[in-house]
Design a protein around this ligand. Structure first.
Ligand code: TTP
Length: 192
């Protein structure tokens, strides 16, 4: 029998990306507060948050396979989450201007019936073009930065900020599909 898939996320991007795989799934957002970012290597911070989101939803999801994810942007070893306000977005974009940074998405998958869990992360590198103050202001006016880690969305008008990337594109948008496919296969989901 096909296993029930549950995406533990309120992110419309993650929903669209998972839908791209053509699998049936249900969405149950987690109640995890991401401001509780803990210390330690950034990739592990992303993994821990993904695990918390998946575990929170697994408690009330019934039988199935629960997927949690968390995306962070890292520059000079500082973690950039979602901007608090426009001024915060301005600071983030100014900091990223003309430079390479890293994007990590932690993913956690829980098989509720057996209690089996696996987690992992994906890393991508992103190079921003040098932005003028006017370009930063115009981008902020689009409203795009506000609900996104690092204050930009590569899948939207933010594409104009990104000169090049190395690694998985889907990881930057919020769900590394290749890695997720491998993790789901581990629990017997036939992704292809
Ligand atoms: C860098 C980048 C981030 N993002 C988004 C992906 C995530 O939705 C968001 C980072 O926030 P997250 O805390 O990872 O996720 P979320 O709060 O949106 O959803 P949930 O916790 O319920 O799963 O930033 C983009 O959409 N495009 C980008 O280029």
């Amino acid at each position: 029998m096909a296993q029930k898939l549950i995406l533990a996320s309120a992110s419309p991007r993650r929903r669209e990306l998972l839908a791209q795989l053509g699998l049936d799934f249900k969405v149950i957002p987690s109640g995890i507060d991401e401001t509780s970012l803990t210390a330690g290597p950034p990739e592990l911070v992303a993994v821990r948050l993904a695990e918390q989101k998946a575990a929170d939803v697994a408690m009330r999801a019934g039988e199935g396979i629960v997927i949690g994810a968390d995306t962070i942007v890292v520059v000079d070893d500082s973690i950039l989450g979602k901007p608090k306000d426009e001024n915060d977005a301005r600071k983030m974009l100014t900091r990223l201007s003309g430079r390479w940074h890293r994007v990590y998405t932690g993913i956690a998958v829980i098989h509720t019936a057996s209690g089996g869990k696996i987690s992992d992360y994906e890393e991508s590198r992103v190079k921003f073009k040098k932005l003028s103050p006017r370009e930063i202001e115009n981008y902020i006016k689009t409203g795009e930065p506000m609900d996104k880690a690092g204050g930009y969305g590569i899948q939207g008008k933010g594409a104009l900020l990104v000169e090049k990337i190395e690694g998985c594109y889907y990881n930057i948008v919020g769900l590394p599909l290749f890695k997720l496919g491998a993790m789901l296969s581990h629990f017997g989901v036939e992704v292809l």
